[in-house]
Design a protein around this ligand. Sequence first.
Ligand code: ADP
Ligand code: F6P
Length: 338
Amino acid sequence: MAKEIKTIGILTSGGDAQGMNAAIRAAARAAMNKGVTVKGIMQGYSGLLRDEIVDLGAVSVGNIIHHGGTVLYTARCPEFIDPDPEKAAAAIKQAADNAKAHGIDGLVVIGGDGSWKGAQKLSKHGINVVGIPGTIDRDIACSDYTIGFDSAVNIALEAVIRLRDTSGSHYRCSVLEVMGRHCGEIALWAGLCGGADAILIPEHPESANIESILQVIRENRSRGKKHNIIVVSEGIPKLLGLTSQQIAETIEKETGIETRATILGHVQRGGIPTAVDIKHATMMGVYAVDLLLAGKNNRVVAYRDEKYVDFDIDEALAMKRRPSFDIEEVNHRVSTYG
Ligand code: ADP
Ligand code: F6P
């Protein structure tokens, strides 16, 4: 017999992402409307461990749908990944005990795949868990979409467009570093849509070959182009052993073209979520609650082939991500002309 869920907890974990509030609102409303009590856990697993759990009837989820950030706050919880496995296991057990003491029998975890690993471990302590993909990085294998991605990409794209104006006015080259520690999706989308000369992504270390970047810049200049945009994913400087500023200096030194570097940083994680993010967040929030109410455990919600689906967490975490190499390929074909 499926476990009957009377109280659910909701938490956000890992890096925040635009749309997390919409997911919190949707999950809370869907549960409350089925007579389920809803608790908010502050600051992700850290709050669960510190027993910072509030009644979401009291903390309203009204008027948050359109706000960036997360009203539940978020955090990384180092105790869950303590290098000493006994300490990590004790922290996870303590967190599960705290949840149970509040009557929480179902938990919605909004975060990236790191957060899902924490959820997977909590589920072994008798709490039914469902994960929702929430990260601007769009780096989760089982899902074609992660909440926050569209908002972040559009901020990165706007930066490319603004740089094109100033870069073009001065016949300069601009190097723009966007977020994505291990994942080049933001760089690929912003680069393709912004008409970048080159896009450097960590999944494809060959893209970070300085000689080939110099060649693209020189070729494009010889064809009459008056400015250049190079989009660099955050993971690249580590791979290359050069900061984005140093990449810009190298380009300037080798080509004689004045070059400026811009590191966009955390502005990509703030501001009003786009309709795409609010829509996915709302659909996934409700889907997650439906899974819990159906007695499901150790599941994640995903968006795949234009449908909302769910997977077992273990299965989801074992899947291999498919980076958008097609975007990279197409950008190569359209970033030079003549
Ligand atoms: P994201 O969820 O965006 O991938 P992180 O990888 O930083 O972000 O993970 C968020 C939190 O999830 C971590 O701080 C930790 O508390 C928890 N977590 C990550 N990996 C594990 C793991 N292997 N086991 C248990 N908990 C984990
Ligand atoms: O949210 C994902 C992400 O933006 C990565 O692309 C980035 O490397 C990381 O988070 C940085 O987050 P923080 O500064 O919060 O550690």
